[in-house]
Design a protein around this ligand. Sequence first.
Ligand code: SF4
Length: 391
Amino acid sequence: METQGLDREAELDEILEYCNTLRQSPPPADDALPDGFTGTLGHFPVYFPEEVAHAAGLLPVNLLGGGNKLELKHADAHMGSFICSICRSTTEMGLNGQLKGLKGFITHPICDAAKHLAGIWSRNIPDQLAQILYLPQNPNTPGAIRFVAAEYQRLRGELERRSGREATDLKLRASIQAYNRNRALVRELYALRRDEPWKVSCTESYLLLRARTRIPCEAHNDLLARALDGIRARHRPAQDKPRVVFVGGFCEQPPLEMLEAIDDNCYVVDDDLLIGLRWLTADVPGTGDPIWALAESFVQRCAASPVQHDERKTKEAYLMEMIASSKAEAAIVTAAKFCEPGLDEQVAWSKHLDQVGVQYLVLEFEEKMTSFEQMAMQLETFAESLLFATA
Ligand code: SF4
């Protein structure tokens, strides 16, 4: 039994290493794709209905910027200096040829910067499909589900034409089933982090989830199931660290070194990292019209985020719900530099946390950051102040 546990832990280390390699890898080339896929489709954060691309035989590849190693040579000629880093580096990767294998690129009107990416793409990379998928910023209107379903239907037609494969209802239902399994596994991962945060760090959980941006959902399901076994088998003692939630990582990606610095000082028991990959919070119904089922799930059972204005989920209320349900004692409230939706939310969150007396730390980040010493010191001081307050 003991040996089995050690084997699972060793396998987990290998899986995490593989996930980190995927994080730094370009989308797979067409001739390296598994059976069933004819190409790759890039999509920008936050949320994209990957099931539709998956059913049309296109591997959905979430484009999450260029990290802190990419040198910008072309993008600056196409956008102002006040635009956030993820928009600039994603454009750079399109212009410098790193994404030349994609069949298309889909963005969303989550903010002015993201909305304009499709225009830059279509003018400069004309052989790829470049589209905006319109999702309702306000899902509280009576026609919201019908509107989303019409957009998904339009997308389905576009992707079928690009891939040369029909995304039949049958294929869509099979894709929904694969993604439902993924949603359940991701919920397990987050439950483990809430219950035994010493067994899996925020950085590790992030790497595990991010792997889905480069491999098919089915392969990711297998990877997650094996990783969860390894996490459960881990023998790691609990440390004296405060429990915190992390918010502000919904679109531009915080550098890995930043997440590691947070892990060094705190247990992150919930977060909004890669929220678009776990946007639908419950299974999508597997019967009836699959496009309607996806649209209805988007409107009725989805996560909260600063890029959606849903009066059923106020920004203050959903942060407080994250804190309460994860039994966190404090929050790390971040925003990406130049991110208007993120900075708006940061102000509202800070004001509310002051009012209700919950401790928090405000941090600003940029994907291209390379120096973390000062942030590490801030985090250490914050964690110590929380521990002393409860001692
Ligand atoms: S990081 Fe903020 S400003 Fe930049 S694309 Fe995302 S939501 Fe828009």
